[in-house]
Ligand binder design. Structure first.
Ligand SMILES: CC(C)(COP(=O)(O)OP(=O)(O)OC[C@H]1O[C@@H](n2cnc3c(N)ncnc32)[C@H](O)[C@@H]1OP(=O)(O)O)[C@@H](O)C(=O)NCCC(=O)NCCS
Length: 175
């Protein structure tokens, strides 16, 4: 199988990001809070702003996008925590190391930006994503929040999983 490369996208790559992001929302609606209908309606200005808000990394194999992840600052934190979100791998590329490449590069980027740890909110019922994150060294925490995909009443929750970056893991998680 050919090599996977991970490319950080700049603002002018917004169409590449839009394309893989919409593919993710279309293929895995249950995994994300946003919907494809909502995001398809966004204009170029919105996508350009989005590119600046967080880093967007796309994984490619033979020039084709096979996965994506975003890395930003955790909104609930005092800036020390980076946040990994929007992780998706094309179904035919799963189980082949794409997600590992994306998360490793995302974690390096967060460390370079001075974050001491990386938070990843994942649906408690998303067994594959939880298993993947655990395998990458993310640890479960006590933090939970409603998923909000179908409705508040459906009771689905996300759990915050945390990956320490570098030597100073800190005594406690501050979100
Ligand atoms: C989550 C995701 C990015 C992981 O990528 P992946 O290529 O599937 O990951 P891998 O196959 O390398 O690893 C998944 C782990 O789950 C295990 N697994 C596979 N199928 C599983 C299943 N149905 N339930 C639970 N665990 C499963 C694998 O054995 C592997 O564990 P291991 O590393 O200990 O062997 C990918 O599945 C995906 O894009 N899912 C849809 C979108 C999504 O849910 N994104 C996360 C939103 S928070």
């Amino acid at each position: 199988m050919s090599d996977i490369t991970v490319r950080p996208l700049g603002e002018d790559d917004w169409e590449d990001y839009r394309s893989v992001r919409l593919a993710a929302l279309r293929e895995s609606p249950e995994a994300f809070v946003a919907s494809v209908d909502e995001e398809e309606s966004y204009d170029e200005d919105f996508w350009r702003q989005r590119m600046q808000r967080s880093a967007r990394l796309v994984a490619e194999r033979d020039g084709r996008a096979v996965g994506v992840v975003s890395v930003g600052t955790a909104t609930e934190s005092d800036g020390t925590a980076g946040e990994l979100f929007g992780l998706w791998v094309r179904p035919e590329a799963r189980g082949s190391g794409v997600a590992t490449h994306l998360v490793k590069d995302g974690a390096s980027l967060a460390a370079e930006r001075g974050h001491s740890h990386l938070v990843y909110w994942v649906g408690t019922e998303n067994g594959r994503a939880v298993a993947f994150a655990s395998g990458m060294g993310f640890r479960p925490t006590d933090y939970r929040r409603p998923m909000g995909v179908v409705s508040e009443e459906d009771g689905e929750e996300e759990i915050a999983m945390v990956l320490p970056l570098g030597a100073d893991n800190g005594p406690a998680l501050r979100l």
